[in-house]
Design a protein around this ligand. Sequence first.
Ligand SMILES: [Zn+2]
Length: 644
Amino acid sequence: MSEKTPFYITTPIYYPSGNPHIGHCYSTIACDCVARMKRMQGFDVMFLTGTDEHGQKIEKKAAEEGMTPKEYVDGIVANFKKLWSTLGISYDRYIRTTDDYHIESVQKIFKKLYDTGYIYKSAYKGKYCTPCESFWTESQLVDGKCPDCGREVTDASEEAYFFKLSQFAPKLKELLLDEQKDFLNPKSRVNEMINNFIEPGLQDLCVSRTSFKWGIPVDFDEGHIVYVWIDALSNYITALGYLNDRYNDYDKYWPADMHVMAKEIVRFHSLIWPAILMALGEPLPKKVYGHGWITFGDGGKMSKSKGNVVDPFILSERYGVDSLRYHLLREMVFGSDCPYSNEQMFNRYNSDLANDLGNLVSRTVAMIEKYFGGTLPVDKDFNDSDEELLSMTDELPAFVDETFSSLRFSEGLEKIFRTIARANKYIDENEPWILAKDEAKKGRLAAVLYNLLDTVRRCAILLSPVMPHICPEIFEQIGADESVTTWEASKTRHALKADVTVKKGRVLFPRIDIEKELEELDAMSRPARELPSEPMKEITNFDNFAALDLRAVKVLSCEKVPKSDKLLKFIVDDGFGERQVLSGIAKYYEPEQLVGKTLGMIINLAPRKMMGLESNGMIMSVRDGDKFRVVEFGDDIKAGADIS
Ligand SMILES: [Zn+2]
C-alpha cells in the first residue's frame, strides 16, 4: 500500500479576549470542510486550530476579572472548544500558545534569529500612556489620546528587539508575484500587499516588549517578552514539533498546504510569516487564503459591541448545525464580505434544503415504497432522456474538488444544487405516477426512480464535507452502504445495488416559518427586563382607590425637624385651609427648594405622630433605586385640585 499524501491545513489561532461568536466560525467551518473532503479523498490530513493567548489585552481583562491571565484564558478556551464541538469541527490538533512545548520552541526560534543576526536590539519609540503602562502607535490613538483611558500620551521609548523585516522586501515581492506559486489568494490582496506595504518601504518589526508581563520570556534577556509575531505565527510549526519534543510531525506535514484566515490578518501571513521562515531557512507555506468578513446590516465588521451578535449555539440548536454550515459556505463568495441575516439564512434553508434537497429525497423514497414496496426491481429500462441528468452529475466531483479546495464553496454548492433542481425537474418530466398505472412501464418507472436515487447518492457524497451530520441520514434513507458513499464512488454512475432497498426516515429539513422564527429570535435577543424593586400589589377594587382623597397642595412653608436627619415639616394649602404634614425626604431636598411648589398629596389619611409632631396626610413621591422625586405639578394648578 502506498503512503497517503499529507495535507496540512490551518485556521488562524484566535485571540481569546472574549467569548467566540459567529465571526469566528467562517474560517473554521471552511477549513473543516476542506479537511473533511481531503480525508475522503485519501489524504493524510492534519487540521490545526488554536488560540493566541498572550498579550496586554488579556493581561488587563484578567486583572479586571480578578483572575490570573491563564485562569482567564482557560475559561474562554473551553468555550471555543465547546463551539467547535457544537459545529462538528474535526480538527486534529488544538494549539494554545501557553502550552509548554510552544513556549520552548518560541524561545529557541527567537534565540536562533538573534544568533543569526535577524533579530537585533534597539529602542522602540511610541506614544506612552503612563496610567495604562501602554505603548500606542500614532494610528491607534483616538483624538491623539490613549484609546483605553482617554488620557494624554507622551513620547517615550523602551529597549526592544527588532526583526529585520525590511531586508526581505525584494524576496517577498518576488514571492507574491510568482504566478507559478500562486501564493496569496484572492489575487486582489497581492496588489494590496505590494502597493500598501512593500512599495512604501517595509519597516523592521518590534518583536519584544518590556512594558507588560503576559508573554513568553526572552530567555537570554530578563524583562523582555516576545511580542505577538514570533509567538503567534510560529504556532503553525511548533504544533508539528518544530524545535520541541512534544510532536514529531514537522518533516511530514510542513510546508502547510493552506493557511486560511480573514482578510485583516493576511498581511501578517503573507509578509511577516514568510520572512520569519526565510530567516529560519525553512520552507514557505504553499498557499495563503484571505477571505472576507461576515457583516451585519450596516455593512460594518462583525463586532460584539454592537449587540447584533447572532449566537451560533442558538442557531445550531434550533435549525441544525449542518444548516448553519451550509448557509455560511453557500453565501460567502470567496474574497468578498458576506452580509449575514437570519432572514436570509431561513430563505436559503427553505429553498435549497427543505424544498430542493429534502423534497427530492423524501419524494424519491416515498415513490419507491409506494410503487415497489421499498425495493427496486433489477430489470430497468434506461433511455437517452436520462443522459442530461446523469452527465450533469458526472461533472460534479471534479468541479467540487476544485472549488472547495480553493475556498470557492458557493460555486461548488451552487452547481450541486442546480443538479438537485434538475433531478426534481426530471421527476416532473417522467411523471412516475403515470408510469405506475401501466404494468408495461414498470421497467421504465424503476429506471427513473433508480436514476433519482443515484443522483441523490452522488450529490450527498459531495455535500458530506459541508453537512457531515445529515448526509449519513440521507445514505441510510436511500439504502447506500459505505462502499458506495466514498469520494471515489461519487464519480461512478449507478453504483447503488440494482435491487436497492430504501428506508423512509424523518423529515430532514422541516420548513421554517420565517415570520414566527424571526419574532422568537428577536424576543430571545432582547435583554431581560429589569423589574421594579417593589413587587406588584394585589388587584384591588375601585372603591378602595376612590376612598383616597388625592389633591394638589401648595407648600406654604417647609423646615427641618430638629434632631431628625430624615424629616421635613410642611405647612401646605390643600384648597380648604392649611394643614401640617411631615415627610421623610430631608436626604433628598433642602427645605427652601420646596417652598412654593405644587405637590401631590393624600390628604385624608388618619393623623400620625412623628418625633412628637402630628402629620396629616402624605406627600406623594417616586423612588427608583437611588433616585427620588416628589410628585410635582406646575404653578398653574390650584391648591385643592383633584388627582385621579
Ligand atoms: Zn491610558
